[in-house]
Design a protein around this ligand. Sequence first.
Ligand code: FAD
Length: 510
Amino acid sequence: MAGASVLLAERRPEADTSIKAGVLGPLAVEALERRGLGERLAAVEQERFRQAAATAAAAAGLPDPARLPASAVRLGPTNHFAGLEYLEPDRVKGSQRRRMAVNQYALELMLADHARRLGVDFRREHELIGLEQDAEGVTARLATPRGEKVVRASYLAGCDGGHSTVRKLLGIEFEGTGPTLTGRQAVVELADPGALRLGWHRSPEGMLAYGLGVKRVFTVEFDGPPADKDAPVTLEEIQESMRRTSGADVEVLSVKAPARFTDNARQAKEYRRGRVFLAGDAAHVHPPFGAQGLNVGLLDAVNLGWKLAAAVAGRAAQGLLDSYAAERQPAGRRLMHSTRAQTALMRTDEHTSELRELFASLMRYDDVNEHLWNILTGLDERYDLGDPHPLVGTLSPNWNVRLRDACPGKPGPRTNVAELMGSGRGLLLSLTTSPPLGWSSQVDSVAVVPDTSGVDAGGSEAASYADLQALEAMLLRPDGCIAWVGTAGGTTPGRPSLSQALSRWFGDRT
Ligand SMILES: Cc1cc2nc3c(=O)[nH]c(=O)nc-3n(C[C@H](O)[C@H](O)[C@H](O)COP(=O)(O)OP(=O)(O)OC[C@H]3O[C@@H](n4cnc5c(N)ncnc54)[C@H](O)[C@@H]3O)c2cc1C
């Protein structure tokens, strides 16, 4: 979108059909909405809802899913922490910022299509097997069905998963903790669909989650990592694990996409080496508890993309590329912390059972509920941009607004922050006057008023709008990060001015 020429090399011939993420976190949803993908995400979620309703109706012996109460239809992981299903996002400030039940396969197809439409040179069956860099660029060697190819680029981003070849070729340390458990998952057909209730189960042998997506089952057992991680996962293995962890005598008729996972949790010591960057699982791996990995990985990419584009175009301000690791490494560390803590709380010994009970009682407090929800979603994440204003450095919600001055005296058309950022550029929202702007080639400037129609006054969404209503202006980077805010009374000492913020993130005035 920023005009850089991009080559995407993927070793697989087709999109990966294995079952991974079933849910997208709110920050990833908002990032994709800012790139114009909101409607497509909603359509995928609708279809998922239709399938979940049909499954739940069949389990309840009802011919018509429409007769089911909404609470009986599960769209994805309930809002749990370590399988404790007491999280209530509706009680958290900004509750409109929600997760979406969009699975990774659907998302991968959507992003591939989006990339092609934007003119990205997307080559499947191209595997990176070597790289070298010098002061001017990076040379990558790619294995393809037609032999080896050499590609030269200004920069290279290794988004090549937990076993990242890029990370290994650079010799970047992958520090952390090794596997202690065996997890298994599959899509299962049960002889009696009502044999297992939906949700989390716990037995002395482990934990099981059923219905985290259509007929998806997920077990965790704390008897060490798999003896042979490459051995095929059979129907019998899934069935036995389900019986052990649920205590129910379930009969599995068929399995789809059976797989194992562990709690290996590691983070790359460096996210950048010269002209090469790491993002997503290449930079951090962790157990899949709490639906976080894809969310964090997407935000890595969203943070890095616009900065690389600015560097390629020769207009990146000094230090812009270094800000990637400075901003995203703390998010990766948080991911390690949250998933390791959940692993510990899921263990099945008696002491952990007592601790779970205590933890469950704490989760009913508003502050704890909000804190845990923020940990899982990253909603309270704040990059340290050196500005003490609490909104600066946070990722903006997609607030609804009305354009001002479109027709004097009348409210202008309704839109939202995501739509206004559809160009992929920066955005200066002016909530009072329309300040002149000298960065128009990289930043759009729009005069708006917050639109709270339909927002429950006094509710948690209203509290989020109050943040916006208190401002005179707000500068957003292309990744949705609030880079500067203008408040009544002008600039406070110690806070950067608008021109300083513009220069820092968008380079010289043009
Ligand atoms: C069971 C399970 C459940 C999960 N549930 C959730 C969830 O609900 N929500 C959530 O947010 N996250 C979840 N995750 C985590 C999420 O799936 C990962 O964090 C996510 O896949 C990371 O994406 P990625 O693009 O960084 O890496 P990957 O998905 O691993 O993609 C890397 C890509 O790089 C390609 N590649 C690798 N090496 C090369 C090479 N040398 N050359 C060219 N191409 C290469 C691969 O073929 C692959 O397509 C789950 C994970 C698991 C295992």
